[in-house]
Ligand binder design. Structure first.
Ligand code: NMX
Ligand code: MLT
Length: 441
């Protein structure tokens, strides 16, 4: 069987576009799952050997091809812009945002199976897509949903002897168990911290997102829809972001997925990364506390400057790679416009969308003045009663388990190397630059 960009294995989107004309011309190919097999692991068993051969061929035929020009700026500037990682599950375009296996968020919302007509995609469907590169059928998603629900209670299995080419198999088991159990643990923590330890058992009849919402104590159908959307959009953001990169780095030492994921979460907890989602809500609440909900745009502008002048960043704005409004912000805004247009904090978020970018542009140094995913998530959760901002990064972490674990399976399947970049000293750089200057005409 052939995979990814190979014509034979692609089902042309055209037939699908016939049914989904609003997908428009931006979609060139979507691989629909042609097999009716509902077992995700057997699908991977089929795909992985081909991908292992593909990587081997890539290495032997093109291993010496230069990948762009690496500059001193990149070395000093945290490897920004340097292509140095293989990350199969998603790719980030600075202008248009994330694509999961080639599909944008709106495309995922159109083609992935949903719980209710016109609703948000089921995160299990996204997990299938991330792992296989193919859009699953409703039956496949239901089977995976059941598998995850059952795994939430299964004891960890330890496999001691295995050939390297099959490392991915115990990794797959650990990863699926981890994805299945993380919401149970996260909900337990929430109930213990904020609801007197009154924990709510998992309901196996619910899908992944709805069950998580249920275990947290939120059974409103719209909150369940929000949780499906939230888990889908926070799952993966290619490989270079702090959490994904950390998970990959630690996994590259063959640390197991639990250790790798724990390391990733520690990175996610930094205020410049995932913690920004809690910072946004706290900051918005501080605006309301000081100026009230009906703050004018001029007052808001003043407040933004006050934040900047006190040496702080405006949380939820800017990005290391994106150069336009994050499509994850856009789809959350659409959700708010559909379900909670009159929420006062949503209205404040909308006002900030008008006020903050010109201020950040005026600051002169910010490469991307537009909002990122974190600028919006808090007010949506807050609207449905999940008001404890300190917990928000945990939600982000639950979702990111899907992306990080999917890639960890592929890391092992492809036998990716121990990550160990070369470092140099300032002495080394100064000498290098002086020599380069002396030899330039
Ligand atoms: N508010 C104030 N200053 C900013 C902001 C902002 N929102 N964004 C960037 N800058 C500053 C940045 O601190 C830097 O200043 P200096 O040269 O004095 O160190 C300058 O602008 C240039 O930074 P950029 O190259 O535009 O951004 P960089 O890639 O270094 O950082 C972030 C990206 C995301 C860390 C940065 O935009 C930021 O701190 N944003 C606010 C925190 C946030 O929302 N983080 C969440 C990101 C998404 N996520 O979930 O991980
Ligand atoms: C993420 O979702 O990981 C953030 O947007 C940060 C990033 O991509 O660098």
């Amino acid at each position: 069987m052939v995979f990814f960009r190979s014509v034979a294995a692609f089902t042309r989107l055209r037939s699908r576009v016939g049914q989904q004309s609003s997908l428009g011309s931006s979609v060139r190919w979507i691989q629909m799952q042609s097999s009716t097999d509902v077992d995700l692991k057997s699908q991977l068993q089929e795909l992985i050997p081909e991908q292992q051969d593909r990587l081997k061929k890539l290495k032997s035929e093109h291993g010496k091809v230069q990948l762009g020009n690496i500059t001193v700026d990149m070395v000093i500037g945290g490897m920004r812009g340097m292509t140095g990682l293989l990350w199969e599950t998603s790719l980030l375009d600075p202008e248009e945002g994330i694509r999961f296996r080639g599909l944008s968020i709106p495309e995922c919302q159109k083609v992935l199976p949903v719980a209710q007509s016109g609703g948000e995609p089921l995160p299990e469907g996204l997990l299938w897509l991330l792992l296989t590169g193919k859009v699953p059928s409703k039956e496949q998603v239901e089977a995976l949903s059941k598998d995850l629900a059952n795994r939430a209670a299964v004891p960890v299995c330890i496999i001691t002897k295995i050939f390297p080419s099959r490392f991915w198999e115990p990794t797959y088991e650990d990863c699926l168990n981890l994805i299945a159990r993380v919401p149970v643990v996260a909900a337990y923590v929430y109930r213990r911290m904020y609801k007197n330890g009154d924990s709510i058992p998992s309901d196996k009849s619910l899908d992944y997102g709805a069950n998580f919402s249920h275990m947290l104590g939120f059974d409103d159908a719209k909150m369940k829809e929000l949780m499906r959307l939230y888990i889908t959009i926070h799952s993966d953001h290619e490989g270079g972001n702090v959490s994904a990169h950390t998970g990959h780095l630690v996994g590259s030492a063959l640390s197991d997925p639990y250790l790798s994921f724990a390391a990733a979460l520690n990175g996610l907890a930094g205020p410049l990364h995932g913690l920004a989602n809690q910072e946004v809500l706290l900051w918005i609440k501080s605006v309301v506390e000081e100026c009230g909900e009906n703050i004018s745009k001029d007052q808001l502008k003043e407040y933004v400057w006050k934040t900047l002048n006190s040496g702080k960043v405006v949380p939820g704005y800017g990005h290391g790679v994106l150069r336009k409004t994050d499509p994850r912000y856009v789809c959350q805004r659409e959700f708010a416009l559909k379900h909670l247009p009159d929420d006062p904090l949503f209205q404040l978020v909308s006002k900030l969308y008008e006020v903050v970018p010109p201020v950040l542009t005026e600051l002169g140094k910010v490469k991307n003045p537009w909002p990122n995913v974190d600028a919006h998530s808090g007010v949506l959760l807050n609207h449905y009663g999940l008001t404890e901002a300190r917990y928000y990064t945990v939600l982000f972490g639950v979702s990111r388990s899907l992306g990080i674990c999917s890639q960890l399976i592929w890391d092992r399947a492809l036998g990716l190397a121990l990550e160990r970049p070369k470092s140099v000293t300032m002495d080394w750089l100064e000498t290098y630059c002086e020599k380069a200057k002396a030899s330039s005409p």
